[in-house]
Design a protein around this ligand. Structure first.
Ligand code: ZN
Length: 167
C-alpha cells in the first residue's frame, strides 16, 4: 500500500460542555495529519497526489477553524445566546456534536473525502486513508477507513445550527 501524509496546523478555542475541566473555554494549537492512499497503480508522474494539490483540498477546511471558536452541538444545545459577545467571523459552526479530537478527526476525514469530487466516468486514483488530530503533544485521535469506527456524535441526522450574526 502506497500512502502519503502531510501535516497542517490551526489554533482554535473550544469547550466541552459538562466536562469538569474542558468545560471551561480554552484553546489548542492543533496538528492535523492527513494520510492519502493510492488506489491501483502508481501513475500521475510517480505521485499518489501532488502535495500542492492536496493543500488545495485541505487548507480551505483548516481555514474554517483557524483562529476561531469551534461551536459544536453540545455548545448550542443549551444556550446559543452565550456567543453574543463574539463576532460571527470569530465562530466556526461545524456539524459535530462535540469538539473533541475524535469528532474533529472524523469531520476532517469526511470534509476532505467529500472534496475529492470524482466524475462518474473517472475512477478514483486515491482516497483518504486516515486523519489524525493532535490536540496536544501527547494526545491525538485518528479516524480511518480501515478502523470503520463511527463517531456517534457526528451521526445526528438533520441537525443544523443557525449562526449568531452580529453586525
Ligand atoms: Zn480542549
Amino acid at each position: 500500500m502506497m500512502v502519503i501524509s502531510r501535516e497542517y496546523h490551526f489554533s482554535s478555542a473550544h469547550q466541552l460542555d459538562g466536562h469538569p475541566k474542558c468545560g471551561r473555554m480554552h484553546g489548542h494549537n492543533y496538528k492535523v495529519v492527513v494520510e492519502i492512499e493510492l488506489i491501483g497503480e502508481l501513475k500521475r508522474g510517480g505521485m499518489v497526489l501532488d502535495f500542492q494539490e492536496l493543500d488545495k483540498f485541505v487548507k480551505p477546511i483548516v481555514e474554517i477553524l483557524d483562529h476561531r471558536y469551534i461551536v459544536s452541538q453540545d455548545n448550542t444545545d443549551f444556550q446559543p445566546s452565550r456567543f453574543d459577545f463574539l463576532h460571527a467571523a470569530e465562530l466556526a459552526y461545524i456539524d459535530i456534536q462535540y469538539s473533541t479530537a475524535e469528532c474533529l478527526a472524523k469531520w476532517f476525514y469526511d470534509q476532505i473525502e467529500g472534496s475529492f469530487k470524482w466524475e462518474k466516468k473517472q475512477k478514483p486514483t486515491y482516497r483518504v486513508k486516515a486523519v489524525t488530530i493532535w490536540e496536544t503533544e501527547k494526545s491525538s485521535a485518528s479516524y480511518s477507513r480501515s478502523s470503520g469506527t463511527e463517531v456517534s456524535g457526528t451521526e445526528t441526522p438533520g441537525y443544523s445550527v443557525e449562526p449568531v450574526l452580529h453586525s
